[in-house]
Write a protein that binds this ligand. Structure first.
Ligand code: NAD
Length: 455
């Protein structure tokens, strides 16, 4: 099929490259000229493992453009994958969605077009997009006979493992009010649903993975599934963090507790990792948007609200732990291991590292950070923050009064802690991700504080 993707960010690019790999002709459209010219030169503007390799395999079926008419003129399916960030009042900023919908209305020309909201959009946005497209289409294309419908196909990928999440998804959810649109998307995803494609060597198919579940619903249920899924995952993490705080006080071990809970098949062991909590572009904004939608209907959502409060408390708690240990933060040098909101991505949106750095800087500390991938982006996106950047992870330990493990990049586990202890001013490490080998660090002579474990 001929597919257009509007927005070549983490979601749009992953979707476009994957659909081209599955055999569709895909044109990716973005308003950001620098992204499109990078992509046209074979460069990937984001860090996502294996995306460059998959793009090479699918290159002959992929185009990148800033011209809406080039992307939309022949498309039978148009995915909208633009950002929907939070506004100050918690609602989603729908200006990008609006302008994408208007472009579709202006330029679509195939006999029947299915417009798919892949962006996470507030409930009712499907109908809104339909009205925007219709208004624009009537105005600009009065004599053409194109028909269209709008569907919702929320995305559940995780940055860092986006391609496996896409090719070997737990489920594909499609919401639409017309059976024909659901059928078009079922056909589009058919190689993925039935797993008939040859798995790339660098993304092998998981053992015994035979098919992907396809769930079709009405439009608003699909839209709400996305928010409910993210809110549920967010509250799972916040729940374990709440228990972790109690665990510290009673002298228990949160890792054993998470294992003990997670082995219960009704609960499951994923998203029960205690630590600094979630960040990233989705959980914060989607929980906020869910609460805001509830408010529109006069409904309080205290569970989702509590998940947010516990999450953001973790960041403040970490700074209090440092203050408790060092007594005075003014003039102290604190090293941060990691800046990205999680490993295997360069995404810095709502990263705990930024808020922690800001709180420390506000209290007069110096902050030195290292991240294996996200540092260049941080220097650009956080240019207003007085952070110092280290060339190597080891350098954040030099003259440090404490080092905080903020992002669980695997290489931080194997640093030469024995040698690093001697370059620190105060041999203190705070493991904000419960991911370092505490016994090893302690034998190296370091004092180690692990969130969720009593010291
Ligand atoms: N990032 C994730 O892990 C993830 C996962 C699931 C769902 N989502 C949702 O997917 C959507 C996109 O997220 P993202 O992280 O890919 O965002 P992003 O900011 O990385 O990418 C959005 C892209 O859209 C482009 N854009 C904006 N307006 C445009 C327009 N009118 N025409 C063409 N291009 C336009 C921007 O230039 C940008 O490149 C959001 O709604 C998000 O909530 C994200």
């Amino acid at each position: 099929m001929k597919v257009a993707i509007i927005g070549t960010g983490y979601v749009g690019l992953t979707t476009g490259v994957s659909l081209a790999f599955l055999g569709h002709d895909v044109t990716c459209l973005d308003v950001d000229e620098s992204k499109i010219s990078a992509l046209n030169s074979g460069l990937i503007p984001i860090y996502e493992p294996h995306l460059d390799e998959l793009m090479k395999l699918a290159r002959h079926r992929l185009k990148f453009t800033t011209q809406a008419s080039d992307a939309l003129g022949a498309a039978q399916v148009v995915f909208i994958a633009v950002g929907t960030p939070s506004l100050p009042d918690g609602k989603s900023n729908l200006s990008y969605l609006k302008s994408a919908a208007q472009s579709v209305g202006q330029f679509m020309a195939a006999p029947h077009v299915v417009i798919v909201n892949k962006s996470t959009v507030p409930i009712g946005s499907g109908n809104w997009v339909e009205s925007l497209v219709r208004d624009e289409y009537r105005e600009k294309n009065i004599r053409k006979s194109s028909e269209f419908s709008v569907a919702s196909n929320p995305e559940f990928l995780r940055e860092g493992s986006a391609l496996s999440d896409m090719l070997y998804a737990d489920r594909v959810v499609v919401g639409a009010d017309h059976a024909a649109s659901i059928q078009v998307l079922r056909d589009l995803y058919q190689p993925l649903l039935e797993q008939t494609f040859d798995a790339p060597s660098f993304l092998p198919r998981p053992e015994n993975f035979k098919a992907v579940h396809f769930l079709s619903t009405d439009l608003q249920s699909a839209e709400l599934i996305k928010y409910a899924a993210n809110a549920f995952l967010a509250l799972k993490v916040s729940f374990i963090n709440e228990v972790a705080e109690l665990s510290e006080k009673v002298g228990a071990d949160i890792v054993s507790i998470a294992r003990g809970i997670g082995l219960d098949a009704r609960i499951g062991n994923r998203f029960l990792q205690a630590g600094l909590g979630w960040g990233g572009s989705c959980f914060g904004k989607d929980t906020l948007a869910l609460i805001s939608t509830g408010q529109e209907y006069g409904l309080n959502m205290p569970i989702t609200q509590a998940a947010r409060e516990v999450n953001f408390r973790q960041r403040r708690r970490l700074v209090e732990i440092l203050a408790g240990e060092l007594k005075i933060l003014k003039g102290k040098r604190i090293g941060l291991l990691g800046l990205a909101f999680k490993p295997n991505t360069d995404d810095l949106r709502d990263s705990p590292a930024l808020e922690i750095a800001r709180m420390l800087l506000d209290r007069g500390a110096q902050v030195v950070a290292f991240d294996p991938i996200a540092m260049k982006r941080a220097q650009k996106e956080w240019s207003d923050v007085d952070l110092r950047y280290a060339d190597r992870a080891e350098d954040v330990f030099v003259e440090a009064d404490a080092v905080v493990h903020v992002t669980e990049w695997p290489e931080f586990r194997t640093l030469p802690y024995e040698a690093l202890k001697s370059v620190m001013r105060v041999p203190l490490v705070v493991d904000g991700r419960v991911g370092l080998d505490r016994d090893r660090l302690v034998s190296a002579g370091l004092k180690v504080i692990v969130l969720g474990k009593s010291s």
